[in-house]
Design a protein around this ligand. Structure first.
Ligand code: GTP
Ligand code: MG
Length: 195
C-alpha cells in the first residue's frame, strides 16, 4: 500500500463530531495497551501519528486518521483497564458502542488480542457483539515478536478456540516491531473497503 497522506482528521467524543466525507472506515478495538495505536502507525509507516504509551489508557477519544483521502483508520479507546474510574469506563463504553453500532461508513472491525495471553471475557464479549453487527470482523494477534515460533504455534489454536473463530473469520499474526502481517492486513482492508 502506498501512503501518500496520513493525517489525523478528527478527534471525536460525540457522533456530531464524526467526519462527514463518507470515506469507508476501518476500526481497531481491543484491550487497553494491546497495541491498537501502534498498529495504525505501522500500517501507515509513521512512528507517532497515533499516540502510544507503555501505560494503558492512552487513547481516550475516537480518532479518525485520513489515509490518502479515501479511507479512515479509526483508533478506539481500549477496554478492560482496571485503573479507569467507573464513570470513565461507562463513558468510553458508550462512546465505542455508539460508534460501532450506528456507523454506515464502518466496513471492517479489527479486534486486537495479545498473542501471549488467552482472550479475556471482555474480548469474547466484544467479538460476539461485533459479529452481531453483521460487519466483517478480523482478529489480529499482535506482539508476535515477543514469542518464539514454537510458542506462537502453541498460542494460535488457544486463541482461536477461546474466541470460537470460524473458517471464514480472518486471523492475522502481527507485530508492530517487525511489521509482520502488515501487508496481509492491508490486503484485507483494501478488498473489504474496495480501494
Ligand atoms: P490504549 O490507547 O491505552 O487503549 O492502548 P493501545 O492499544 O493503543 O496500545 P499502544 O499502541 O499505545 O501500545 C501499548 C504498548 O505496547 C506500547 O509500549 C507499545 O510500544 C507496545 N507495543 C504495541 N505493539 C507492539 C508489538 O507488536 N510488539 C511489541 N514488542 N510491543 C508493542
Ligand atoms: Mg491507543
Amino acid at each position: 500500500m502506498i501512503i501518500r497522506k496520513a493525517e489525523i482528521e478528527c478527534v471525536a467524543a460525540l457522533k456530531s463530531q464524526y467526519p462527514t466525507t463518507g470515506y469507508p472506515e476501518v476500526a481497531f478495538a481491543g484491550r487497553s495497551n494491546v497495541g491498537k495505536s501502534s498498529l495504525i502507525n505501522t500500517l501507515v509507516n509513521r512512528k507517532s501519528l497515533a499516540r502510544t504509551s507503555s501505560k494503558p489508557g492512552k487513547t481516550r477519544t475516537i480518532n479518525f486518521y485520513n489515509i490518502n483521502d479515501n479511507l479512515y483508520l479509526v483508533d478506539l479507546p481500549g477496554y478492560g483497564y482496571a485503573k479507569v474510574s467507573k464513570e470513565e469506563k461507562k463513558k468510553w463504553g458508550s462512546m465505542i458502542e455508539g460508534y460501532l453500532n450506528s456507523r454506515d461508513e464502518l466496513k471492517l472491525v479489527i479486534l486486537l488480542v495479545d498473542i501471549r495471553h488467552e482472550p479475556t471475557q471482555d474480548d469474547k464479549l466484544m467479538l460476539e457483539w461485533m459479529r452481531q453487527t453483521g460487519k466483517k470482523v478480523v482478529v489480529v494477534a499482535t506482539k508476535s515478536d515477543k514469542l518464539s515460533n514454537n510458542q506462537i504455534a502453541k498460542q494460535v489454536p488457544v486463541i482461536k478456540k477461546a474466541l470460537k473463530l470460524t473458517q471464514d473469520e480472518t486471523f492475522i499474526l502481527f507485530s508492530s516491531e517487525t511489521r509482520r502481517g502488515k501487508e496481509e492486513l492491508w490486503e484485507v482492508i483494501k478488498s473489504t473497503c474496495g480501494i
